[in-house]
Design a protein around this ligand. Structure first.
Ligand code: CP
Ligand code: NVA
Length: 308
């Protein structure tokens, strides 16, 4: 049994095998309708709990559809409607759920909830986003990059904007998959130094460059995300927008990257804020492939977690 808690906590060989398995499962069902079962039904007889303490469209639907395609069943749970949201401990919740289900995916606020869930659950736990990281998203992004451009190893990825949870998992992936990264954004929103230091120790280059146009020079991939995440207080919105406006990904910024650079955004996007529609819908953008690949990457993650 394996938990999938974070990219830097997962062995690089396992990460690589998850990407290969996702690509193989995706091509095996090419041309089928979304609801059609896979030929392989590794999750037959398995029940998966999907717990959300924050809103979600992609994570919720892609996990649910993925389990069903593999022959399993899902149970969608909102944190607020569970006793978890009314004082029952995470440890007790984990022990109880482990008597009913075979796998738990949780989207929560504080990372400590995820960690405690994994510590007390007898079944695998998957991180569906915390305030600190979003590993499933970046597994889908690696799959997407490699489908379009081949191996990501040695490439230059530029993150423009807030050094948030999605950025953190990109930094983890840099160390594990062997690509270089440049963060460009305001100093107040830098990625966590601990994560940056760990990726550097793994042998990749992680630079901080305050000028976005200099940062994207030679970039193979430009990535951004919302300026106000679900865990950020709405009272910080105006201040964040003012700090982040120079880091908007627009056509002028993309023109400074390599001509074949890809553009990614995990979605949901706030068009004309962190990225313009011209970029989101333009020739560099693979944002909807990323969204689709959540499905394939997470199916491979679930199989790996269950050893199936
Ligand atoms: N990218 C992502 O995780 O989207 P949702 O918040 O819609 O799940
Ligand atoms: N950084 C965003 C990602 C949403 C998928 C958030 O945490 O709200």
């Amino acid at each position: 049994m394996n938990h999938f808690l974070d990219i830097h906590k997962t062995d690089p060989a396992a990460l690589r095998s998850i990407i290969s398995s996702a690509a193989a499962m995706k091509s095996a069902r090419a041309g089928r309708s979304r609801g059609a079962p896979d030929d392989d039904q590794p999750l037959a007889g398995q029940m998966v709990a999907l717990i959300f303490e924050k809103p979600s469209t992609r994570t919720r639907v892609s996990f649910d559809v993925g389990v069903r395609q593999m022959g399993g069943q899902t149970m969608l749970l909102s944190g607020q409607e569970m006793q978890l949201g009314h004082g029952e401990t995470i440890a007790d919740t984990a022990r109880v759920l482990s008597r009913y289900v075979d796998l738990i995916m949780i989207r929560t606020f504080d990372e400590s909830v995820l960690i405690e869930m994994a510590e007390y659950a007898d079944v695998p736990v998957i991180n569906g986003l915390t305030d600190r990281t979003h590993p499933c998203q970046i597994m889908a992004d690696i799959l997407t990059y490699e489908e379009h451009r081949g191996p990501i190893k040695g490439k230059k990825v530029v993150w423009s904007g807030d050094g948030n949870n999605v950025c953190a998992s990109f930094v983890h992936a840099a160390g594990q998959f062997g690509f270089d990264m440049v963060f460009t954004g305001p100093a107040q929103l830098d990625p966590e130094p601990e994560f940056v230091a760990a990726a550097r120790r793994a042998g990749v280059q992680i630079d901080i460059e305050r000028d976005p146009h200099k940062a994207v020079d030679g970039a193979d991939l430009v990535v951004t995300d919302t300026w106000v995440s679900m865990h950020d207080s709405q009272s910080t919105k105006e201040r964040r927008h003012n700090m982040l406006r120079p880091y908007q990904v627009n056509e002028a910024l993309m023109a400074a990257a390599r001509p074949d650079a890809l553009f990614m955004h995990c979605l949901p996007a706030h068009r004309e804020e962190e990225a313009t529609s011209a970029v989101m819908d333009g020739p560099h953008s693979v944002v909807f492939d990323e969204a689709e690949n959540r499905l394939h990457a997470q199916k491979a993650i679930m199989r790996w977690c269950l050893g199936l």
